[in-house]
Design a protein around this ligand. Structure first.
Ligand code: DX5
Ligand code: ZN
Length: 230
């Protein structure tokens, strides 16, 4: 289906499988296995901002050549101002940085957009959203972390849903234009409460890849979210 966000609100809930839970030796095949997903969520970790190390721009460039599904790059890295524009220049569809990782998120967002991608802002579970509401107009997506960033397979933290609700209400009131995305612990049991809080795009790693049929898992998650009015 591959929704894009350029024309406003998504028509149906978006599912962005995280390849963090895929087989890294077979990433091309693993992306082919999620046909119908809206975005591919790519977790970039630097072992500094988070205590884990994954992949960087060379791998993202190879993934861009291997799939037509838009890449949603989640940069869990220090100094995103130095690195984020490169992902946009390479062709990533959405490039998300962490609010906690930079003193000048607006400048980074401008550089990401100037390089041709949408810009995302992510907040860790313990980071309040209020200080960032003003700057969200410089961003296209808000990624609400519902686990501590760093690892897949953790339990969903429902307390973060208030942040999604605040931002989605501002969007619905016409005061902001940002896609509300959530990441961490999303599965068939948790996706409905996130949808009810106004989330429009759902990252899911283990709930998609730790199944026999990842494409079917994507369809089922989307259907569960679609059944809930956010
Ligand atoms: C965690 C990553 C997530 C992770 C989600 O830091 O940002 O994208 O892959 O994995 P699940 O869906 O298993 O919680
Ligand atoms: Zn992520």
């Amino acid at each position: 289906m591959t929704e894009t966000i350029d024309s406003g609100r998504p028509l149906s809930p978006m599912i962005a499988p995280s390849i963090l839970s895929a087989d890294f030796a077979r990433l091309g095949d693993e992306i082919a296995a999620i046909e119908g997903a809206d975005w591919v969520h790519v977790d970039v970790m630097d072992a500094h901002f988070v205590p884990n190390l994954t992949l960087g721009l060379p791998v993202v460039e190879s993934l861009l050549a291997a799939t037509d599904i838009p890449l949603d790059c989640h940069l869990m890295i220090d100094n995103p101002g130095r690195w984020a524009p490169g992902y946009a220049e390479a062709g990533a569809y959405n490039v998300t940085i962490h609010a906690e990782a930079t003193d000048d998120p607006i400048a980074v967002a401008k550089n990401i957009r100037a390089a041709g991608a949408r810009a995302g802002l992510s907040v860790k579970p313990g980071t309040p959203i209020e200080p960032y509401l003003e700057i969200l107009r410089h961003f296209d997506t808000l990624l609400v972390m519902s686990v501590e960033p760093g690892f897949g397979g953790q339990s969903f933290i429902p307390d973060v849903l208030g942040k999604a609700r605040i931002v989605r209400d501002l969007v619905d009131a016409g005061e902001l234009q940002v896609l509300v995305e959530i990441d961490g612990g999303i599965n068939a049991d948790t996706i409905e409460q996130a949808a009810a809080a106004g989330v429009e795009c759902f990252v899911a790693g283990s709930a998609v890849y730790n199944t026999d049929d990842p494409a079917e898992a994507v369809r089922k998650l989307r259907a569960r979210a679609a059944a809930i009015a956010g």
